[in-house]
Write a protein that binds this ligand. Structure first.
Ligand SMILES: [Zn+2]
Length: 115
C-alpha cells in the first residue's frame, strides 16, 4: 500500500475542505456590514469558529475523519478496521480514503447489536 500517495490524497482533500470553509466564511462576512472597527475585531477573534460554522456539518465531519485517518496512517494502522480489527478492503479505502471501518462494520447501523 502506497501510504505516501494516500497521505497526499488526504491532505489535498483536507485543504480543499478548509479552503471551502474560509471562502464560505469570507462570503458570510461580506454580507454583514464591515464598517465598524469593533465589529472587525470581533470577527477576527471569532474567525476560527466562524470558519468552521460556515461549512456544513457533513464537511466538518469529513474533516474530522480525515484528521483521524492521517493519525492512523502515521501510527501504522490505517488499513485496520477500528471496530473488528480485520483489514479494510483496498477497494473500500480507494473509494472512501478516510474510513476506519471494513465494509461489514460500515454497513452495521451505529449502535445496532452486532451479530
Ligand atoms: Zn470491521
Amino acid at each position: 500500500m502506497d501510504t505516501d500517495a494516500v497521505r497526499a490524497r488526504l491532505l489535498r482533500r483536507r485543504e480543499e475542505l478548509q479552503g471551502r470553509a474560509s471562502r464560505a466564511s469570507a462570503d458570510l462576512r461580506h454580507e454583514t456590514d464591515p464598517l465598524s472597527a469593533d465589529f472587525a475585531e470581533q470577527v477576527t477573534q471569532r474567525e476560527s469558529d466562524e470558519v468552521l460554522s460556515a461549512i456544513s456539518a457533513t464537511a466538518r465531519g469529513e474533516l474530522e475523519q480525515i484528521r483521524s485517518a492521517l493519525r492512523r496512517l502515521a501510527e501504522g494502522h490505517y488499513t485496520v478496521c477500528a471496530v473488528c480489527g480485520a483489514p479494510i478492503e483496498p477497494g473500500r479505502l480507494e473509494a472512501v480514503p478516510y474510513t476506519d471501518r471494513c465494509r461489514a462494520c460500515a454497513s452495521v447501523e451505529p449502535g445496532a447489536p452486532r451479530r
